[in-house]
Design a protein around this ligand. Structure first.
Ligand code: SF4
Length: 567
């Protein structure tokens, strides 16, 4: 029997679903697999997938259009995605973009007529210390210059990259010595078994250590594990949030590349503490190149009985981990949005309560911890809480990893005790004389030079891991424009303030850049900023105007130096 193109498409999708499953929670893996097969997900495929999953086509379309990396139309054989985070822009991404446009004869967002290349901007790809950087399909290229991208395009034309494994071309980073490097393999799990620690002993050790979530929210890890252990539910989940999307941060990528065993050990400890049997690593799409490496380590852990049934011979200690790929949405770094997308929905943050520890993935108790939190938890259980509390300050225990980029001579990943000042950090990374430092990523805080004596710690700057250094020559309105473009691109659109307000704020910033903004309008923009903060549901919208408010407060002369018009 002769199969039509659509029959063939159906047969392939059916085959894929045999492996991936036919639950709604498999929707995004199915969409990505269909894309791997056909290069994009056609409307016909969406309809067929909807039928198979007993969903409406509208719902499937709604999910597919939410994520940046699901192609709804055919794209080029080589999809070039150039990072436009601020560190990349500072290091020459615009001249790289110009070279790419000239070489390919297309603009951003277009595909060459021969179907070979698609050219796009993308958000941060976790390579800021080697900016500018881009992805060609799933392969990463960094430290780009116009001549270098010209050669990459020529190589693509000769198809040198067509069948290469996606190992990534990511190079090394400046880094302080990480405590993770001296962790004896599986020392925490061995201690748990040898010393017959109870689940409460494990979460208790973390509570005493004072470890707080390293993703930025800073919730005490031991308390979270304890709450999940007490929550009612036969099935519980541990999710590792590896959706490291905050512009400027890349430490989790380095941890997963070098110390994945520690992260998996941390997930296994969490499982023991809360009584979970299933773990999921939610890996951002931009880190697809890490997946084979992570799968190899998971397989080795299963073989060594560090995962699976009766782990290390302990009856009833059963736990395994699978990897779930994200599909490109910054807001999925927020834990409830992440869970929504795991369930096959648009990654829109949920109202809280209930919190995930009570009602998370599939309505069951779920612990969501960041990569660094889990790796650090392993070190703490292995060495004891006392070791950790001997580092840091009274209110900020232990150490923290920082991803440093921008105007400094030694960008990279640094493990530092809490309690250092911004100035001390700048001396370490050779960024003295900076004009300002963005601590905690785009959603963090802009610290001007007059405040470089501020302390990095929960008593002052309790922050996520991204540090971007701005040198004297940087125009702060350009920085604000870049941040707002990012937030507008990544807003899930649920809240009017976030969806519309940021667009209006960006319009205002552009008027200020041109010097055609009136004083009254400037005041209105400040009012708008505060109303965006109060009417937004999640951290994205709540933090999005911070940059504008900070520039108005600390760099007013840059606004006023341009001819702001009288009202
Ligand atoms: Fe979505 Fe923005 Fe509202 Fe967050 S603040 S839920 S990103 S619209």
């Amino acid at each position: 029997m002769l199969l039509t193109g659509q029959d063939n498409e159906k047969a392939i999708i059916r085959e894929l679903m045999k492996t991936l499953g036919s639950e709604r929670s498999e929707l995004i893996p199915i969409l990505l697999a269909v894309q791997d097969e056909f290069g994009y997900v056609s409307e016909f495929s969406m309809q067929f997938i909807a039928d198979q999953l007993k969903m409406s086509a509208n719902e499937v379309y709604g999910v597919a259009t939410f994520f940046h990396f699901i192609n709804k139309k055919p794209k080029g054989k080589f999809i070039i995605r150039l990072s436009r985070d601020m560190s990349s822009i500072m290091k020459g991404a615009k001249s790289v973009a110009r070279q790419l446009r000239n070489d390919l004869g297309i603009r951003m967002g277009e595909t060459t007529p021969d179907g070979m290349f698609t050219l796009e901007w993308t958000s941060c790809i976790g390579m800021n210390y080697q900016a500018p950087a881009m992805m060609v399909n799933n392969e990463v290229f960094s430290n780009l210059t116009p001549p270098k991208v010209h050669r990459i395009i020529e190589d693509c034309r000769q198809e040198l990259y067509a069948h290469r494994p996606t190992v990534g071309n990511v190079g090394e980073t400046h880094a302080s010595t990480l405590s993770y490097a001296s962790h004896e393999p599986n020392a925490a799990l061995n201690r748990l078994v040898q010393q017959r620690m109870s689940p409460a002993d494990v979460s208790g050790e973390l509570t005493v250590s004072g470890l707080k979530g390293r993703g930025g929210a800073g919730f005490p890890t031991g308390v979270k594990w304890n709450l999940a252990s007490k929550a009612e539910g036969d099935v519980k989940y541990i999710i590792c949030n590896a959706d490291e999307g905050e512009p400027g941060t890349f430490k989790d990528r380095i941890i997963l590349g070098k110390y994945a065993d520690l992260v998996f050990e941390g997930m296994t400890l969490a499982a023991y503490a809360v009584g979970a049997t299933e773990g999921i690593v939610y890996l951002r799409y931009e880190y697809t190149h890490l997946r084979p490496h992570l799968e190899t380590i998971l397989a080795a852990r299963r073989k060594a009985n560090l995962l699976g049934e009766n782990i290390l011979g302990k009856p009833g200690f059963c736990f395994d981990i699978r990897i779930h790929m994200g599909a490109g949405a910054y807001v999925c770094g927020e834990e409830t949005a992440l869970i929504e997308s795991l369930e096959g929905r648009r990654g829109e943050p949920r109202n809280r309560p209930p919190y995930p520890v009570e009602k998370g993935f599939l309505g069951r108790p779920t612990v969501v911890n960041n990569v660094e939190t889990l790796a650090t938890a392993s070190c703490i259980v292995a060495r004891g809480a006392k070791w950790f509390t001997s580092i840091g300050t009274e209110r900020s225990k232990g150490f923290k990893l920082f991803s440093v980029s921008g105007d400094c001579a030694r960008p990279g990943v640094y493990e530092l005790p809490w309690g250092m000042t911004v100035q001390q950090l700048l001396e370490l990374v050779d960024g003295q004389g900076a004009k300002a430092v963005q601590v905690g990523g785009y959603t963090g805080e802009l610290v001007p030079a007059s405040q470089f004596d501020r302390v990095m710690g929960y008593e002052d700057l309790g922050i996520g891991g991204s540090i971007i250094v701005y040198g004297q020559g940087r125009e702060m309105l350009e920085v604000a424009e870049n941040y707002l473009e990012f937030f507008i691109e990544e807003s899930c659109g649920q809240c009017t303030g976030c969806r519309i307000g940021n667009t209006k704020l960006l319009d205002g910033v552009r008027l200020l850049q041109k010097g055609t903004c009136s004083n009254r309008y400037l005041n209105d923009l400040i009012g708008l900023s505060h109303s965006i903060k109060t009417t937004s549901k999640c951290g994205l919208g709540q933090a999005s105007p911070n940059i504008f408010i900070a520039i108005n407060e600390h760099f007013k002369e840059e606004i006023m130096a341009r001819p702001v018009l009288a009202a």
